[in-house]
Design a protein around this ligand. Structure first.
Ligand SMILES: O=C(O)[C@H](O)[C@@H](O)[C@H](O)[C@H](O)COP(=O)(O)O
Length: 232
């Protein structure tokens, strides 16, 4: 599917514009069916965007927020994406939103993935908004090059839900929504910042295997147009 690059002079300008777009999309979903959903990424990039979005005056009590992926750590661990969302997005007006975590206290990451898949099924499909990030190795979500379940994660026929992923660059074992869960969001966004990430994107947009740079699966095969938001 096609992608569109939206470039901004600063991270602050990007955050304002992306927050406006996301708030408008969520409000339209609420108007249409009385509910809205958004899956966001962790990492360092989205922090300012989260803070700006949290101040938007929408019917947050009708919004369900979840994560694109999560490290297999509890919410009080500094590596937790839940902690990042709690501290930066589930604040201000957005405090009223419902949050569905991916991490589940379980004997294994596989059991946590099974539990998270059951819980996430309540959210409804497709997501209204998905915000993806991208690592310097071309991963997105927890689709890491060399990942233990990368082929399954990227396979369009893999059922929607959460699977586990382990990879050298991932740190802890990961819990990640599958490609099939994310790729048909009403608003599918790739949010990247910095000249380095722009170079990584340019390489990803070139030829090469998806397994080498898994973001290529989204850029090449997502059903929804990919809205790329970039600031230096
Ligand atoms: O759990 C995570 O880390 C994210 O979901 C991951 O996919 C992130 O989006 C990229 O690694 C980019 O991270 P930065 O924004 O920190 O560069």
């Amino acid at each position: 599917m096609a992608s569109t690059l939206h470039s901004f002079a600063s991270a602050a300008d990007l955050a304002d514009s992306l927050a406006d777009k996301v708030a408008t999309t969520l409000s339209a979903a609420i108007a249409a069916r009385g509910a809205a959903s958004i899956a966001v990424s962790g990492g360092s990039t989205p922090k300012v965007f989260f803070q700006v979005l949290s101040t938007h005056d929408i019917a947050w009590d009708k919004v369900t927020i979840t994560l694109v992926d999560e490290r297999f750590v509890p919410a009080d661990n500094a590596r937790s994406n839940h902690l990042l969302v709690d501290a930066n997005l589930l604040q201000n007006k957005a405090k009223a939103a419902r949050f569905v975590p991916l991490y589940q206290p379980a004997a294994s990451v596989e059991e946590a993935a099974r539990l998270a898949t059951v819980k996430s099924a309540e959210i409804g499909i497709p997501f209204d908004v998905v915000i993806l990030g991208m690592g310097g190795d071309g991963h997105t979500a927890s689709f890491f090059p060399g990942g233990s379940n990368l082929a399954e994660a990227l396979d369009a026929s893999t059922p929607r839900g959460i699977i586990t992923m382990e990879a050298e660059g991932a740190g802890e074992p990961r819990l990640t929504f599958t490609f099939s869960s994310l790729q048909d969001a009403a608003l599918l966004v790739l949010h990247i910042e910095g000249e380095g990430k722009k170079d990584v994107l340019a390489k990803a947009e070139g030829s090469g295997d998806e397994a080498e740079m898994p973001i290529r699966a989204i850029l090449r095969r997502a059903t929804s147009p990919v809205e790329i938001y970039w600031a230096p």
